[in-house]
Design a protein around this ligand. Sequence first.
Ligand SMILES: *Cc1c(COP(=O)(O)O)cnc(C)c1O
Length: 354
Amino acid sequence: MSPPWRGVIEEYRDWLPVTATTPVITLGEGGTPLVHSDWLSRRVGAEVWLKVEGGNPTGSFKDRGMTVAISVALAQGADACVCASTGNTSASMTAYAARAGLRPIVLVPQGKIAAGKLAQATVHGAHILQVRGTFDDCLVIARELSVRYPVTLVNSVNPLRLQGQKTAAFEVVDVLGDGPDLHVLPVGNAGNICAYWQGYQEYAAAGRASRLPSMWGIQADGAAPFVVGRPVAAPETVATAIRIGNPASWSLAADACDESGGRIGAVSDEQILRAQRDLAARDGVFVEPASAAGVAGLLSAAERREVPVGGQVVVTLTGHGLKDTATVMAGFDSVIDTVVDVEVHAAAAAAGLS
Ligand SMILES: *Cc1c(COP(=O)(O)O)cnc(C)c1O
């Protein structure tokens, strides 16, 4: 029997900015499933693998960076931490802060946080401030707080976050045996695409991979600053986790695309919701809307015949569907198909069994 997964700091200690004395605050994050998708592979004419990050302890990839950011914050003597969040950063930060005994302060934009994520921050004991503004406004305030007050900023502008998040690229290579041809993922604040690119490059430099993938980032049409080429003042999309108009890691992400021969595109909310349903119905993987953007982007690229034929493609599914059930349920007319009496034959007939 192989030993149980120990979380990303212990599994990838040599690759991370920690020392022997850094206290390790972990929930066993990372080690998430890489699932082959038969229907996507057939549809796009390549081998498509899904990196299911909803399998992390708080249900999104944010945990990979948070274990590093919170561990180092604790080592440096912090007693409070702050983040701006569209939901998942706060869900993750508050869980790790709870374990570390740090006081978590969360800044959220008005009225656009999925209920499951707010529940997570609440139950983990966060002080939640709602800002009359967008996510981008929240991030400005969070940065200022960390400069002027004794509180550690753990948004992905904190480089420790990207350090932890790069471990997802390590895991992909560890499982596939080499880098894929193409890596597709949703882009919001644009930290994760940089983290993956960094991870792939580090593994290649160390001889653990012989290939580097092209990095494709996917935004939502109503929140696509990379596609329009400038910040979007009032970003709008059902995919709340990527409802960001002014990505903090803009130039780093642009570099990752250029260097890897990739690009950033956008898909409609309709394409995102369709991909979300298809993933759930065909692969058995329930993701939140933002997490389906990568699949939607891959499908639309396949229609334009832009996917490398027969290549290895990895798509990151960033967060779990249970975080935001309201959005998906709004797409169904009713939950109950038929009401029956307590009678087995009536149930069979109604269910189409014979
Ligand atoms: C944070 C997040 C993203 C966007 O990641 P960035 O690093 O901000 O580009 C996408 N999907 C989900 C579910 C997220 O939580």
